[in-house]
Design a protein around this ligand. Structure first.
Ligand code: SF4
Length: 444
């Protein structure tokens, strides 16, 4: 089986993990760390491997609770984005710093690189280009969301030697075997936060489960994690406890379905933390299911010091809500917000995501949603719709001839897609955004 690298070697391997840059028109760090890459590190920790990490996005000035703006520099737009009247940026460390760190970590036997949003693929290409210049033909194995959703595109265009689809599993060892690497199991895998890949954890992302049992037509959750799997509550409690003892105070839950089966999952986790960890703060940048919030959970969230709560409404239109998955109703939202407010959560702490530009959606419907959320006294976050490949809405748009199936992933950027495809008047959208900005800035 080994081809290019002929001989199979069983030895202590030196592995470099890379999280590439973000290339976008806007980006803000909401407690993000490359959790997929951390899972790869956990997997490799069970074998005889020495790991180091370059996180190209690790360059930001924290504003509140550890979240903050990335350092960025303006870069030239690819041809496909030339029409967009905004600056295009590379977010993260400088290219020279990347090359310097790369050189200092050489030689390595192979590189594991992740990829996040598909339309950030120029960041992957840039990182691999610089790897080739500094480290020659060291094998680069690319995984992550872009690599999974756009496997062929990544195989042809990224410059990686191997493109890995889906979650890290034992099949990764098989992929490595094709390069002549035979990993030898040594021990049980270590949790990512014990691997010392980052110098410090100013905050920690936490994943208590993967996947989601719902099937919303615009969401890629089921494509990236086909089953819904919960980690044992004890393991999550232990992870938070260890990080807390190292001084971490801000935790962001990155689950798709954090509140699912709450009696057996999030409630026991929060019961063990509430009142026991002074100064701890929790954040939920992924929208929560409003349906899952009951009186006890609202109590536990308050007692565990949740500071940034995000809920998802997406649309107020009953028919569209049902057609896209029916995960929530305005009544569910009203009830959840009321429970949270009764416990003292403020407008600044509760934010709700609303979508704009769903296929067939008029701006009047979005304005109705805005009025509804204003009446609840919560912050409003407008998400402009862009389709994700292989989701139900993507297939519908392809069938109707609105988009080609082989559309450049750059055009699925949610700054770009609405501008080119929504048909909405950009001034109308700008005036809604301005209205929301003014409303959000007003504390009451
Ligand atoms: S409920 Fe949320 S995570 Fe689950 S499928 Fe719908 S949008 Fe995706």
């Amino acid at each position: 089986m080994p081809g290019k690298y002929e001989k199979v070697r069983t030895m202590r391997y030196r592995v470099l993990l890379i999280n590439p840059w973000i290339y976008d028109f806007a980006a803000f760090n909401l407690w993000a760390r490359p959790l997929g890459l951390m899972r790869v590190a956990e997997h490799l920790s069970a074998f005889d491997a020495e790991m180091s990490l370059i996180d190209c996005t690790e360059s930001f000035g924290p504003k509140q609770y550890g979240a903050g703006k990335f350092r960025s520099e303006i870069v030239e737009k690819p041809d496909a984005l030339k029409k967009i009247p905004r600056y295009y940026r590379r977010y993260g460390i400088g290219a020279d710093e990347f090359t310097g760190r790369l050189r200092s970590l050489m030689p390595v036997d192979f590189i594991m690189m992740t990829s996040v949003m598909s339309y950030w693929y120029p960041g992957v290409q840039k990182a691999i280009e610089l790897v080739r210049a500094a480290a020659g033909d060291v094998p680069v194995i690319l995984g992550g969301i872009y690599a999974s959703l756009y496997h062929e595109h990544a195989a042809m265009r990224s410059g990686a030697d191997f493109v890995y689809k889906g979650h890290v599993r034992e099949s990764l060892n098989f992929a490595l075997y094709t390069f002549g690497f035979k990993l030898k199991r040594k021990r049980a895998a270590l949790p990512y936060h014990r691997l010392n890949l980052y110098k410090a954890w100013p905050f920690a992302p936490v994943l208590t489960s993967t996947g989601c049992p719902c099937r919303c037509s615009y969401c890629a959750s089921a494509l990236l994690a086909p089953g819904y799997e919960k980690r044992p509550a004890d393991a999550v409690i232990e992870e938070i406890g260890e990080l807390y003892d190292q001084g971490v105070r801000d935790y962001a839950f990155y689950d798709d379905a954090l509140l699912m089966d709450s009696e057996n999952h999030i409630k026991p986790i929060l019961r063990s933390i509430a009142h026991n960890r002074p100064g701890i703060r929790f954040h939920t940048p992924n929208g929560l299911h409003a349906k899952g919030i009951d009186a006890e959970l609202a109590d536990l969230m308050k007692a565990s010091n949740f500071k940034t709560l995000r809920l998802s409404l997406e649309t107020i239109n009953d028919a569209r809500q049902k057609a896209t998955g029916g995960k929530v109703s305005p009544g569910d939202m009203e009830k959840a917000v009321s429970l949270l407010k009764q416990r003292g959560f403020t407008k600044n702490e509760i934010g709700v995501y609303l979508m704009c530009g769903l296929p067939g959606q008029e701006t009047g419907e979005v304005r109705e949603g805005i009025s509804f959320l204003k009446s609840l006294g919560v912050r409003i976050y407008l998400n402009e719709f862009s389709p994700i490949r292989r989701t139900k809405l993507w297939e519908e748009l392809v069938q109707k001839g609105v988009i080609p199936d082989n559309m450049d992933p750059l055009l699925t950027n949610n700054t770009v897609f609405p501008y080119l495809y929504s048909g909405h008047d950009p001034e109308d959208i700008s005036s809604m955004k301005l209205d929301i900005k003014r409303y959000n800035e007003n504390d009451t």
